[in-house]
Design a protein around this ligand. Structure first.
Ligand code: ADP
Ligand code: MG
Length: 288
């Protein structure tokens, strides 16, 4: 298999991914719609709330190949399509994955952090393929036309603003349907954590009580994504204490954690923290 074929594969299914019934129904409508005309979808929500997984899941469910592009990293126009390279003293144009993806019928083209592109120029050519004519002239490639039933999914972290020129922003946003993802309700997130980490339900409740305490405390200003709660639950499932799991997952100091636990007034049921003890880092069983 060539690198391209690998990158354009149908992504695997996540058997434990939950979304709103309503979102599923509308994604089904977008799928139907895409058989008639081009459809672009913008997925928004906080970091780690399932945006990328949603796009992969969609691609799997409708058996579409998929490719992901970090739009946030683009520096100049043309960068998505290809590049002049040098070989044996000769220059040649190397075509990148993007033109191949958009010319593959039914492909899901995932544009990550569409709002964060460094320059409006880079967004300019994206704008051409997202607009109704769905084609762009590239000197080295000629007319690149978007294949039938290709779907563009852009994702954007909530709170991040568009950085392109204002007129372009508005025109870009104008071309997308929108799906907004929120944190999951306690019971659903619990189900996700139990299924994905194997943590037992009562310990999962403990994890989520603290996590939601932190989320709901605006003064703390600490965001805890579903990705984070999964990290915490996975550590606890492997025997870590809740305190340890929080420290190692959230990048907060033990001191901050103690005041945080007080602030959210959650009873962890754990005794005082143990005093720090330094040991040699050697394999278990080896005598120092
Ligand atoms: N609704 C959900 N159901 C199950 N798992 C989820 C859900 N939302 C997020 N996750 C998990 O959290 C992690 C982060 O999700 P991801 O899609 O990468 O978030 P984002 O792209 O919004 O930053 C992944 O492991 C994902 O499977
Ligand atoms: Mg993502």
């Amino acid at each position: 298999m060539t690198a391209d074929a690998k990158q354009l594969r149908i992504p695997p299914l996540d058997p434990n991914f939950f979304i709103l019934d309503e979102d599923r129904a509308n994604l089904e409508r977008f799928q139907k719609m895409s058989e008639r005309h081009p459809v672009n979808i913008l997925t928004t929500g906080t970091q780690g709330c399932g945006k990328s997984t949603l796009v992969r899941q969609f691609a799997h469910i409708y058996q579409r190949p998929m490719a992901t592009f970090q739009v946030g990293l683009l520096l100049e126009s043309g960068q998505l399509f290809g590049q002049q390279r040098l070989k044996g003293g000769e220059t040649y144009y190397q075509e990148f994955l993007f033109p191949k993806a958009i010319q593959t019928p039914g492909c899901v083209v995932h544009l990550e952090e569409i709002n964060r592109s460094e320059t409006p120029h880079a967004l300019n050519e994206l704008f051409s393929v997202l607009s109704e004519d769905r084609s762009i002239w590239i000197d080295e490639l000629g007319f690149v036309e978007v294949a039938p039933q290709v779907m563009f999914f852009a994702t954007m972290n909530e709170g991040d603003e568009f950085t392109g020129t204002e007129a372009l922003d508005a025109a870009l946003k104008d071309r997308f349907y929108r799906i907004h993802l929120e944190y999951l309700p306690h019971d659903v997130e619990k189900e996700v954590l139990v299924r994905k980490t194997g943590l037992d339900p009562s310990q999962t409740d403990d994890v989520l009580r603290i996590v939601n305490g932190i989320r709901n405390n605006e003064q703390l200003g600490i965001g805890v994504s579903i990705r984070h709660s999964l990290m915490i639950a996975e550590l606890v499932a492997l025997g870590a204490s809740l305190r340890e799991a929080l420290v190692y997952s959230l990048q907060i100091s033990k001191d901050t954690l103690e005041s945080l636990l007080l602030a959210v007034q959650v009873e962890t049921g754990e005794t005082e923290t143990t005093a720090d003890r330094y040991i040699l880092y050697l394999p278990y069983g080896a005598s120092g």
